[in-house]
Design a protein around this ligand. Sequence first.
Ligand code: ADP
Length: 170
Amino acid sequence: MSGNVAIYPGSFDPLTNGHVDIIERGAEVFDRLVVLVAVNSGKDPLFTAEERVALIREVFKDNPKIVVDVFSGLLVDYMRFNDIRVVIRGLRAVSDFEYEFQMALVNRKMHREAETFFLAASEKYSYVSSRIVKEVFSLGACIEDLAPGPVIDAMRKKYGKLTTKGKKRD
Ligand code: ADP
């Protein structure tokens, strides 16, 4: 990929305003930001990878610098194949640090040219996570300040669907 490109990998199940903040700030610094949705078979996601990709595309449809893709293999393989060196990750609290630091070292061990850039979470989103968004929504709380509009609409549909199937997650 030409220009100054960075990749922001994650589960995004679902995209939160904390992710949106990191994506927008990343896209200001780089020519192009690839948001890479990880297909993680170890987790039991609320949204399929395709649904997560579609939601992120919808939210950033007016920003040509932001590209969304999906991948199920090793991040460093995707980076090598697409000639991308920079990984962006967000840091919310000290609790994020250990895992993030480990991942950065492992990625660089596997791919010498890979560099991880950490962006500090914005104060107002430092407590926001996909898990919190799902939990408070399923208990009936308003998540307008926590997730973008298309995500909230999709959550309404998803939980409605789960409820009618008798599998409500609460
Ligand atoms: P993963 O399953 O890989 O942890 P997530 O979708 O939960 O993926 O998060 C992707 C990245 O975004 C991680 O680096 C995470 O620390 C960061 N992140 C998540 N929520 C926020 C937030 N509210 N503010 C800043 N960064 C965040």
